[in-house]
Design a protein around this ligand. Sequence first.
Ligand SMILES: Cc1ncc(COP(=O)(O)O)c(C=O)c1O
Length: 400
Amino acid sequence: MNTSTPFHFAQRAARIKPSIIREILNLADRPGVISLAGGLPSPNSFPVQAMRDATERVLRDAPQQALQYASTEGFGPLREWVAADLGTQGIQVDASKVLITTGSQQGLDLVGKVLIDPGSQVAVEAPTYVGALQAFNPYEPTYLSVAGDDEGPLVAGLEAARHARFLYMVPNFQNRGGRSISDTRRDELAARAQQLNLPLVEDNPYGDLWFDEPPPRPIAARWQDGTVYLGSFSKILAPGLRLGYVVAPTSIMPKLVQAKQAADLHTPIFNQRLVHEVIRNGFLDEHVPTIRSLYKAQRDAMLAALQRHMPASCRWTVPGGGMFFWVELPPGIDALAMLPQAVEQGVAYVPGGAFFADNSMRNVMRLSFVTVPAEQIDQGIATLARVLREAQDPSIRLAA
Ligand SMILES: Cc1ncc(COP(=O)(O)O)c(C=O)c1O
């Protein structure tokens, strides 16, 4: 009997890799491990009662429409809601420029599908969102990492990216240090990109989760015709709904819609109607501030724990929003190689190396402060600090 597989993988399958974060989540999902790894929103932030009530209303008022196939572009009233909401942030669009997607992760895939050829260049920040690399990789780009400073990617770096298909950025609370791109830098980047005719892809799932002051206007508000903007309901409502959106110039919207048609026909209409029913009367105006104060308290708990336990050789900046601390370890420590020891001792984190398309940095880790309660944060950081102090083991040190 021939036991060998009859399947022959496409070449691109070799570029489809597991997400390191999902692998770590599996590893960390065992009793006794405090996971600071996942970017999972706090379950305490999910508006369960509002969802329950809205489900009742959707099934009462529009049961057949909610359970039927629907349009690829998305539920009209939800698209209108998104357009109006973006208007308050300076992005002037009507609903026809809004495509509802199955999470903003699908938006990244669609953008990759319609804009990337094998061997074409995509410019990214360093670090960038590892899930975006995962979405783009099957389309076989080469990456150019644009160097940055405390204010964001360096404008001078765009010169080298002038032939890239686009520059992908996560402007709010995701950069190393949990920083955001400054207002001035956003102006400069938009202006220079426009001069160079370099399209921008702005991915903004965290912008609403600010603690001290709101982030500057989106980059898309500064160069609308050249920017694709991605938003998400995952961090302000519930990620399990898988609802996001893409706002794109008219020049590329039809291709994105056709690519989505091929991918999944449309995003579940029940979820779209449900979310619209929950948010249409200003629900988020009250709900989002409760998430902000919950997360701010958790950030403060992690900051206190880091200050209390971590060796003086580690560095971090205090994130002004979002869900993560980025901790820089002493040079020579490989955060990926240290992970098994950390998990063994009861704490998990995401090694930061995966967030660098050019593999340029390995002595960095990303810690989520939103998923576990404050007491566990302290215990997790104490354990991590102990693992670091024991990190004299040569196997977790980078070769000189
Ligand atoms: C920067 C960024 N973009 C996109 C996503 C995908 O979000 P979703 O598909 O849940 O909207 C995430 C998820 O963590 C993210 O961090």
